[in-house]
Structure formats: structure tokens, C-alpha cells
Design a protein. Structure first.
Length: 90
């Protein structure tokens, strides 16, 4: 697979939301936006209602492969956070 580089931040934002199979089990709501300082921010409402946020500089997300890696990081972190919160609730 050839790496595709984003030519504009809008292309990055269009691909940034988590929308793979099973992602909808990780959160109730999601919002992805650019901050004023050149960062992309993911805002999530987790299944138990807590807000959780991830931020990354857009210069580190210039290609589809870089974005894919960061989205996997977010998924892994969300799974761990949800798991810990379930354990704490017991």
C-alpha cells in the first residue's frame, strides 16, 4: 500500500474519526476538530459518560499511515481505559 499524504487539513479531518468495525463500542459520542494551535483533537464520551480527549500535532499526521497508527493508539488506550473503569466499578 502506497502512503498517501494529506494536501490539506480538511482531508486529515475527514479521515480522522474512529469508524472501523467495533469502534462504536468504545464511545457514545466522538468529535474531531482542529485546535487553534495546529493540533488535531479527538473528544470522546465513553460508555459510562466520562469525557476523554486525545491531542496530536497535525505535523505528525501528514499521511494516511501516520493517522492510521495514531488511531490504533487511541483505540488501544480507550480499550484500556474502559477496562480499568469497569474493574474500578466492581
Amino acid at each position: 500500500m502506497q502512503e498517501q499524504h494529506f494536501s490539506h487539513e480538511n482531508e486529515l479531518l475527514a479521515m480522522a474519526p474512529l469508524n472501523a468495525d467495533g469502534d462504536n463500542q468504545l464511545f457514545k459520542k466522538q468529535r474531531v476538530h482542529l485546535t487553534g494551535a495546529g493540533y488535531v483533537q479527538w473528544d470522546f464520551i465513553l460508555p459510562d459518560g466520562i469525557d476523554w480527549h486525545f491531542t496530536q500535532e497535525s505535523i505528525y499526521l501528514r499521511s494516511d499511515l501516520q493517522l492510521k497508527e495514531f488511531k490504533e493508539f487511541i483505540r488501544d488506550e480507550l480499550r484500556q481505559i474502559i477496562s480499568r473503569r469497569i474493574e474500578q466499578a466492581r
